[in-house]
Design a protein around this ligand. Structure first.
Ligand code: GMT
Length: 379
């Protein structure tokens, strides 16, 4: 199989879709593909120089008549220029809005000169929240229909997309993945960086948007902390963080909560925890739960959405309704009080994360998808 040249566009800041796009690009490059990231800044998980990886910045010029700079158009221009200059085979966009629209424009601009194939990966809120805004719905449907291939990160998201947009059924499920060589448990005997030796460590990592239900994180932690010595690590930042801090203060939990802010080395933090709290209103996949599992950290996650496609309740983690605060607190206490149960679940979690959701399986699915598109072109 001839390795394709791939352009990748994503949101470069915190967020699961940017993580998936960056990790995919890195692993494709390590397999020999030439990868061109095209985005407004360097995606945060691309930390240093890597062979076969190129980065093309998209600027958004402002002009007095613009209310907002039309980034979608600047992105389409850079996409078409990079595709032509480097002879790209595939433009793979992560998060439909507005990246799939720019890719569509770039492909049209190149018609007759380059047969560029557009792959759109749907990640979640591009469909479940933003894509359902009346002003975005028709164009989101159009972008899905016009892409050469569409993938969704879970069966749940695929079904939601088809149901809501009444669109093409050939959306392929390619799940999120984790590099289990980077995300791994602490070495036996290694010292924990956080908390006292007798404390249980809970962790929440997100972009602190309402959909992440951060108030439930604090409520569940407060109930756990009332019963056993414990500490909560909060990783990330976002619009709800200010309310979270106020809530922690109001409950007098400030000495038991650590704010770690944005972190581009989650694999260095997660293994120090025992339990991940992810009580989102819904989660199309829930990448951080998979990353936690690979580190032997037990996920206590939302039952709404696609997390149940890799977390099995009571086997390798826990699933609860996001409103079920009693259920979440009692599951947390149950496993944190029983060390042999915690260890057993942690081993199951690690094994399940590294299997079907490991790098090799998932990167191969994307490569096969690209190959099919390139073959269809030569045919
Ligand atoms: O979770 C977020 O708020 C970020 C968002 C994103 O697009 O960056 O994450 C979505 O994509 C991730 C990667 O595919 C999924 O693991 C998350 O479940 C999904 N978020 C939601 O569905 C809320």
């Amino acid at each position: 199989m001839k390795l394709p040249k791939v352009g990748i566009t994503c949101y470069p800041n915190q967020g699961g879709s940017g993580v998936v796009a960056s990790e995919l690009g890195l692993h494709l490059a390590r397999r020999g593909c030439e990868i061109h990231f095209i985005s407004s800044s360097l995606p945060f998980r691309l930390r240093g120089y890597e062979d076969q990886i190129f980065y093309h910045q998209v600027d958004s010029p402002s002009y007095p008549v613009f209310l907002n700079s039309p980034y979608t158009l600047s992105l389409a221009t850079v996409m078409s220029e990079v595709a032509l200059q480097y002879g790209l085979d595939i433009l793979h966009v992560h998060y439909a809005i507005p990246h799939a629209a720019s890719a569509y424009l770039a492909r049209q601009m190149l018609a007759g000169r380059l047969d560029l194939k557009v792959v759109t990966t749907l990640h979640g809120t591009d469909i479940t929240l933003v894509g359902q805004e009346p002003s975005f719905r028709p164009i989101t449907r159009f972008m899905i229909q016009e892409s050469d291939a569409v993938t969704a990160v879970s069966g749940f998201l695929r079904e939601e997309t088809i149901r809501y947009f009444d669109c093409r059924p050939d959306i392929q499920v390619i799940p999120n993945f984790v590099d289990a060589r980077n995300f791994k448990p602490l070495d036996p005997g290694a010292r924990r960086r956080y908390g006292q030796p007798d404390e249980r460590i809970l962790i929440h990592a997100s972009n602190f948007r309402k959909v992440k239900n951060p108030s439930a994180v604090i409520e569940v932690f407060a109930r756990v902390a009332a019963e056993i010595p414990s500490r909560l690590l909060l990783v990330g930042d976002g619009p709800e963080a200010i309310n979270v801090r106020a809530d922690v203060q109001r409950r007098g939990l400030q000495d038991r909560v650590e704010y770690l802010g944005h972190a581009n080395n989650l694999e260095g933090i997660l293994p120090h925890a025992d339990l991940l709290l992810l009580p989102s209103a819904h989660e199309s996949f829930g990448l951080v739960a998979l990353e936690a599992m690979a580190c032997g950290v037990i996920p206590l996650a939302t039952a709404r959405g696609g997390v149940g496609e890799f977390v099995q309740d009571g086997i390798n983690g826990f699933l609860r309704d996001p409103d079920d605060l009693d259920g979440m607190a009692s599951a947390a206490l149950h496993v944190l009080r029983d060390e042999s149960l915690r260890q057993h679940l942690a081993e199951e979690a690690r094994r399940d994360a590294a299997g079907d959701f490991g790098v090799s399986c998932v990167v191969k699915s994307y490569l096969d998808l690209y190959d099919g598109l390139v073959q269809s072109r030569s045919a």
